[in-house]
Design a protein around this ligand. Structure first.
Ligand code: HEC
Length: 245
């Protein structure tokens, strides 16, 4: 016991020093950028360039695809959330400005975001590596110019939703960075298997959490709420009996 007393104090002292050094950053959540178009949490000031005409199926939108994936996979508490000391604190991956620092617009091949995720170095051991589809999506966004773009479809089709084609991709983009087998950031809740997801559905917590209902834990933790369309799709799937289809 004696042995641990000292390092503990040193760590505490370090923490206090860090707290005072970074105090100006602490109250700012999800937005460490100073300028108007660098906010990360959903404001997406740059809205779609295709306004009026809906979203282009061939365009990767930062606000809808890139930001939620990196927020849930990289910016958990203690990681790249802009409020952490040490190495992780050098990178803030829940804002456009922070993410922009590790990408070369137009050149996925020389972007650190791509090399570090495709080598499997990040997310680190204990977390689930990004899938090749997710890395391809990030590469495409970078090659399309890595813009702070956003597009919300004007209509939402909730017919024909299935677990595998609709629910799983939403969970992979927004949730499983924290909620996968050994990931330490999801409070022990795994959302990568149908059995586990359906348990959360049956308890009412899946819907309670994503709809941000009173008395539930608002999910995704620390990120923006799922879009109204994604919520409607999950709701339709739950109403259909949450089948494993
Ligand atoms: C940044 C990490 C993180 C992300 C991203 C995240 N969660 Fe969580 N989630 C947690 C933590 C931590 C807990 C445990 C909360 C507690 O016990 O207080 C939790 C708990 C839960 C639970 C268990 C019930 C409860 O409320 O305790 C469900 C269900 C859940 N999350 C669903 C989701 C869904 C769905 C998403 C994506 C839309 C998501 N979470 C995204 C961290 C995260």
């Amino acid at each position: 016991m004696q042995k641990f007393k000292y390092p503990g104090l040193v760590a505490l002292a370090g923490f206090i020093v860090w707290l005072s050094a970074c105090r100006h950053e602490l109250p700012i959540s999800g937005n460490t950028g100073g300028s108007a178009d660098t906010t990360g949490s959903g404001t997406g000031s740059g809205s779609s360039s295709s306004s009026g005409g809906g979203c282009s199926a061939d365009t990767v939108y930062f606000v809808q695809s890139v930001l939620p994936l990196l927020t849930s996979s990289c910016a958990q508490a203690g990681c790249h959330n802009g409020q952490t000391g040490g190495d992780a604190g050098d990178y803030t991956l829940n804002t456009y400005a922070g993410i922009r620092q590790i990408v070369q617009p137009g050149n996925a091949g020389s972007s650190r975001l791509i090399s570090i995720t495709s080598s499997g170095s990040m997310p680190p051991y204990g977390y689930t590596a990004l899938s090749s589809d997710q890395i391809a999506m990030l590469s495409k966004w970078i090659n399309q110019g890595a813009a702070n773009n956003s597009c919300t479809a004007s209509s939402c089709d909730t017919t024909g939703v299935t677990y595998s084609k609709t629910v799983v991709p939403i969970l992979q983009t927004n949730c499983t960075g924290c909620h996968s087998g050994s990931a330490p950031a999801g409070g022990g809740v795994d959302l990568t298997t149908y059995a586990n997801v359906s348990t959360q559905v049956a308890s009412g917590k899946l819907w309670g959490d994503i709809s941000h209902s009173t008395g539930y834990n608002a999910m995704p933790l620390g990120g923006s709420q799922l879009s109204a369309c994604d919520r409607s799709k999950i709701h339709a799937w739950i109403n259909a009996g949450a089948p494993n289809n």
